[in-house]
Design a protein around this ligand. Sequence first.
Ligand code: FES
Length: 85
Amino acid sequence: PFEVELHRSGRTVRVAAGQSVLAAVREEVPYVAYSCEQGFCGTCQQRVLEGEIDHRDELLTEDERGDSMLICVSRCRGERLVLDL
Ligand code: FES
């Protein structure tokens, strides 16, 4: 489990083991964009302001991985991520 802070919304959500970041974020931001939920389409890409990302997709380039993630599949290596959301 880890926490995701939504910088622009001023909210923090907790992501349980077995739950996606997308699912947790949707509880606070119901309009967040997504489609495939499997790391293929890129619709759910979000900018990451802080935290160490555990990338689990095969879509983003190394450059994109520096400061963004696909929230439907990727997770956090530490205890906290901050998204620009
Ligand atoms: Fe398609 Fe996340 S919803 S990559």
